[in-house]
Design a protein around this ligand. Structure first.
Ligand SMILES: *Cc1c(COP(=O)(O)O)cnc(C)c1O
Length: 388
């Protein structure tokens, strides 16, 4: 509970740790856990979440950007960091000096620039991981180019070929995993060709949350889960796939609760409009609560007239459009709703009768026409994260 913030996010530390331990339980002796903490740890708070995962036994941290890597180092975290996103060669001096950061590579010129910078700085070689194209057509190079890049990485000073990786295109959106199987086969084949040419890399990694949970054969030396470390299933399809394939679903615990203080409660007579565009009209005398959260804070505009929040353990539907920094909800049937009270936008709320209601990231995603990933990552970073 925050005394001075109009809106805040509470994170259940133990839930994050339990989720990390669940993934560690999937790792055999030769497999380590890289905790993906990009996007402000999927909205949960980068530094604190990273600390919890490391304490629970994660070996590496995965980020998108140099900025995120810098933030972790400035907070005193010393674990190996894998940077998965695009880093501009202009910023390699910093990458090299941050220490123990490794970079995904898929371009020869970038690899050469990194080599030059590491040599110039007189630092230990920077580990690099080749990204293999296996069907996602995002970052990555095909088998031919991979051999050339691997050879360059082995020959150049200042860099060392530490890993090869790829990323599934279609594993959480379907229960039909034939395409993902093809990707895995392509990865294994390229790895074999590289090893035969003595251009292999010691660490192979391919698994996001869904793959790590469903397929032991894709865990290799390192798994890279993100979403499920935060207690969310990548999708319904992933859960169904686990059941269909006889995999016991992990006991994932959602960790995030988003709360806001009720700014005003007002009586609105029947026939009045609520909010911009007059998109909602009361059919009866109503009590409307104003909440200090809008689309700037990450409460998506598409939630207007479709979502709801919890007040005192009961559901209060959103009325009218979501504004930039405010949203109105209907508390007509919640007499306990009062100014200064707490509304739960995401998470659990307990009523006066002890009953608990829950709004999940999946509920919000469905109302907004998106996915749970987007719901939590877009909660504005300026909103305080309170670790409990
Ligand atoms: C985001 C990301 C992950 C984590 O994926 P989840 O579906 O959140 O588990 C793993 N690998 C890469 C390259 C990513 O970009």
């Amino acid at each position: 509970m925050s005394q001075v913030d109009t809106s805040w996010v509470e994170i259940d530390r133990e839930a994050l740790a339990a989720n990390a331990r669940a993934f560690l339980g999937l790792c055999g002796a030769g497999t380590r856990l890289l905790a993906v903490v990009k996007a402000n740890a999927y909205g949960h708070g980068l530094v604190e979440s990273a600390k919890v995962f490391l304490q629970a036994g994660a070996s590496w941290l995965g980020v998108n950007s140099l900025l995120e890597a810098r933030t972790l180092r400035e907070a005193g975290l010393r674990a190996p960091i894998y940077i998965m996103g695009h880093v501009l060669p202009e910023t390699f001096p910093e990458l090299v000096t941050l220490g123990d950061c490794r970079l995904v590579v898929y371009r020869r010129d970038v690899l050469e620039a990194l080599s030059r910078e590491a040599v110039k700085a007189g630092r230990p070689p920077v580990p690099v991981h080749l990204k293999l194209e296996t069907g996602n057509n995002r970052q990555g190079v095909g088998p031919e180019e991979a051999l050339g890049l691997a050879a360059a990485a082995k020959a150049l000073p200042g860099v060392v070929l530490e890993g090869i990786s790829s990323h599934y295109a279609d594993i959480e959106d379907t229960t039909d995993h034939s395409f993902a199987r093809q990707q895995l086969a392509a990865f294994i084949e390229t790895d074999r060709v590289m090893r035969d040419a003595e251009l292999g890399a010691p660490i192979r990694h391919f698994s996001n949350s869904a793959a790590a949970m469903l397929w032991p054969e894709t865990r290799f030396e390192l798994i890279r889960p993100g979403i499920s470390l935060y207690g969310m299933w990548p999708s319904k399809e992933t859960y169904v796939s686990a059941l269909v394939h006889g995999v016991r679903p992990l006991n994932l615990r959602p960790a995030l609760t988003w709360k806001a203080r009720i700014a005003q409660v007002k009586t609105v007579p029947a026939g009045q409009f609520v909010g911009y565009g007059r998109s909602f009209r009361t059919t009866h005398d109503s009590r409307i609560a104003v909440l200090p959260v809008g689309y700037y804070e990450g409460y998506d505009r598409s939630l207007g007239n479709s979502a709801g929040v919890l007040v005192e353990g009961r559901f209060a539907p959103v009325r009218g459009r979501v504004c930039m920094n405010m949203v109105m909800v209907d508390v007509t049937d919640i007499p306990e709703a009062r100014e200064g009270g707490v509304a739960v936008l995401l998470g659990e709320s307990r009523g006066p009768d002890g009953g608990v209601q829950r709004i999940s990231a999946e509920n919000l995603a469905e109302w907004a026409g998106t996915i749970n990933y987007e719901v939590t990552t877009r909660i504005n970073e300026q909103i305080p994260r309170v670790f409990l």
